[in-house]
Design a protein around this ligand. Sequence first.
Ligand code: PXP
Length: 246
Amino acid sequence: MPKLGVNIDHIATVRQARRTTEPDPVWAAALAELGGADAITVHLREDRRHIQDRDVRILRETVRVKLNLEMSIADEIVDFALDVLPDQCTLVPEKREEVTTEGGLDVVGQLDRVRRCVDRLQEAGIETSLFIDPDEKQIEASDSLNVHAVELHTGQYADATDAETQTRELDLLFEAGEEVRRRNMLLLMGHGLTYRNVEPIVEIPEVYELNIGHSIVSRAVLVGFERAVREMKALLNPSITFLSEE
Ligand code: PXP
């Protein structure tokens, strides 16, 4: 069974909508650990749209499972990672205008830049993972950099709107996963996974860990919404007793 890395970026998205202090991703990380998360993932984007430097620094002190920092290969961010020392860094492509990470990192096309970044992180003892498309050339290039792991981008699979495309994308992930394991890198996967589409991914042999964020945060908001309203209603009118409490 794969381990579960929980991405808590969108807890910070809600906080940043008001530039206030709640909800605090540090609290969310603790609750995720209580729920069984094997890793906590945060993406410190160059534009700091959700996770802030402060979050990563505090999480470094509080997270008891693996802390995985998703990041671009920009020097400023690499310097930050070397200062904070997360357990793992996942290198992703980053464009300012994108809503979320759109494709895998082009390791083939910028091999020297990625190598410099990987070397700096690995020399500091940080395990490094590359977020790539399920593509043989990208896997081969990643292997040439001696990275600890690769995370295969499941976005194309998740976005498939018909069964045929979904099966094709799943087959690609199976094949790419086999290649990653043949090369003795740890096999991680993520992006766009939900409560409805995750099960076939779990069947992929030797997939070590899945990184899931948006779907868990979305469900948390709705699963907790009714209780949150009840609690506010009770504050407004303490004499109200709800059926569930009788
Ligand atoms: N893995 C990587 C590399 C990502 O960039 C993201 C999104 O930040 C995820 C996993 C999680 O994706 P989602 O939020 O769609 O579950």
